[in-house]
Design a protein around this ligand. Structure first.
Ligand SMILES: Nc1ncnc2c1ncn2[C@@H]1O[C@H](COP(=O)(O)OP(=O)(O)OP(=O)(O)O)[C@@H](O)[C@H]1O
Ligand SMILES: [Mg+2]
Length: 442
């Protein structure tokens, strides 16, 4: 007798459940579980097993017998971009570029496409040819080798790629392409995965590199599933606040290079321009008022000098307010507690606002020391001497921990006249840090 099982399958992510529920426990979508019953005869099962038993072994190849040809990477001429990829785009690779809406993904790929010096197939299901042309005209890019394809079917796109043999393919964006082999709607996890696997196949068999653009969801994930990141060869994120001009290009994964490199750009009318000397740009408009402190932070392999600004006012009603931009709010709360407890400062009765200037989010813990000094300087309403720069992680016991590459940070700071570094090599705890910065209650 045939064995019948009732399954409930999510039409967004294919997760299977024995019981129905309103929300898929796997992808979190509501109303996507559909009932499906599968019936498989025991003979059919037996036959399938036998077929699997009858497969024959394959002889492995010794690595020593393999010869590798020197791969020539495609370079875009945009050094900040090429470096993040480890020296250019590797032939046959699949690169995923993610970022918030409007951050400049299409702008970046358009600039890369024009600089690559080979025919580029620009596939877009999102924008029309004339919209893209408008952008290319605004960016004043050479369009002689750029070809446009308005197509949403992944099968048609892959066929066109193998027939046309372009030097590079750009898919803008993966959320708008769909495969007829999958039932779900475009943009669903299943469709995105199926399309990405198809592009991977095409890239590997044809040797043509493909760059796909993916939107970042509210949760900060690329196109929904993290699984997409496993399929592709490299994952790049373009980060930055839309209202500020700085953009950071980071690589979250790279099969052909280091993930330590980052690229820095500035968004301008003519597109993204490279910032070779970030410190200079970041400190160009530094303030010398109370509540401002400079720090040297390391992102990737590069050192940035950035300004931390704090505003501290007496709480007039209810709980004290804490707001942070470009800095983790939880971390700010921890530092305020450390200052309160270990340095005896009355932050519990003050509202605190913190801002890392430039609109870029730095996550290195070594920023702590400068955050504390900015807070204390704002609390006392005393500006710091304009040669002071501080770095180091602040521990819960109030101790200041040393940060990597201290000498390099000091050297970079010196180049910009910040000749009085305060770090774990000169002071041991937060009280000494405040004293070394010359801050004291009047
Ligand atoms: N005329 C202009 N002058 C200056 N900057 C512009 C101009 N037009 C667009 N921009 C900048 O380009 C950004 C949009 O770039 P782009 O279309 O490349 O972003 P995207 O990441 O592809 O967005 P989406 O997610 O919507 O596809 C805008 O947010 C703006 O900063
Ligand atoms: Mg776009």
């Amino acid at each position: 007798m045939a064995k019948s099982t009732t399954l409930h399958i999510c039409n967004n992510c294919d997760a299977q459940f024995s019981k129905w529920s309103g929300q898929c426990a796997e992808c979190g979508k509501w109303g996507t579980l559909e009932q499906s019953s599968s019936t498989e005869a025991p003979q059919a099962l037996q036959q399938r097993k036998q077929a699997l038993d009858n497969v024959s072994a394959v002889k492995p190849t010794a690595f020593s017998d393999l010869t590798t040809a020197q791969v020539k990477r495609l370079t875009s001429g945009i050094e900040e971009f090429d470096r993040v990829l480890g020296g250019g785009i590797v032939p046959g690779s699949l690169v995923l570029l993610g970022g918030d809406p409007g951050v400049g993904k299409s702008t970046l790929v358009a600039q890369v496409a024009a600089g690559i010096g080979q025919t580029v197939l620009y596939v877009s299901g999102e924008e029309s040819a004339s919209q893209i042309k408008l952008r290319l005209d605004r960016l004043e890019l050479n369009q002689s080798q750029l070809h446009f394809l308005a197509e949403e079917h992944v099968e048609v796109i892959c066929k066109t790629i193998t027939e046309q043999q372009p030097g590079l393919v750009i898919i803008d964006s993966i959320q708008t392409v769909a495969s007829s082999a999958v039932d779900s709607e475009p943009g669903s996890v299943n469709q995105i995965k199926a399309a990405t696997v198809r592009f991977l196949e095409t890239a590997k068999t044809s040797g043509i590199p493909i760059m796909i653009i993916g939107h970042v969801t509210k949760g900060g994930e690329l196109g929904g599933p993290k699984t997409l990141e496993h399929i592709v060869d490299a994952v790049l994120y373009l980060e930055g606040d839309r209202h500020h001009q700085f953009r950071l290009l980071r690589s979250a994964k790279n099969r052909f290079g280091s993930t330590n490199e980052i690229g820095i750009f500035q968004m301008q009318e003519q597109g993204l321009s490279q910032v070779a000397n970030p410190s200079e740009t970041f400190i160009a408009e530094r303030s010398d008022s109370a509540g401002s402190c400079m720090t040297a932070t390391i992102e990737g392999n590069r050192i940035f000098l950035v300004e931390v600004q704090a505003l501290v006012t007496k709480t007039s009603f209810g709980f004290p307010q804490r707001k942070a931009s470009g800095f983790d709010l939880n971390r700010l709360n921890v530092l305020l507690a450390v200052l309160q407890r270990r340095a005896g400062l009355p932050f519990d009765s003050h509202d605190v606002y913190l801002n890392i200037v430039g609109g870029v989010r730095f996550s290195e813990p070594a920023i702590d020391a400068a955050v504390c000094l900015a807070l204390v300087s704002a609390l006392y309403d005393q500006p710091l001497a304009n040669t002071i720069i501080a770095w180091g992680e602040v521990g819960l016991g109030g101790e200041l921990r040393s940060a990597s590459r201290g000498d390099d940070r000091a050297k970079e700071a010196k180049r910009f006249g910040l000749t009085s570094p305060i770090s774990a090599s000169t002071v041991k705890n937060i009280r000494d840090t405040i004293a070394a910065a010359g801050l004291n209650k009047k």
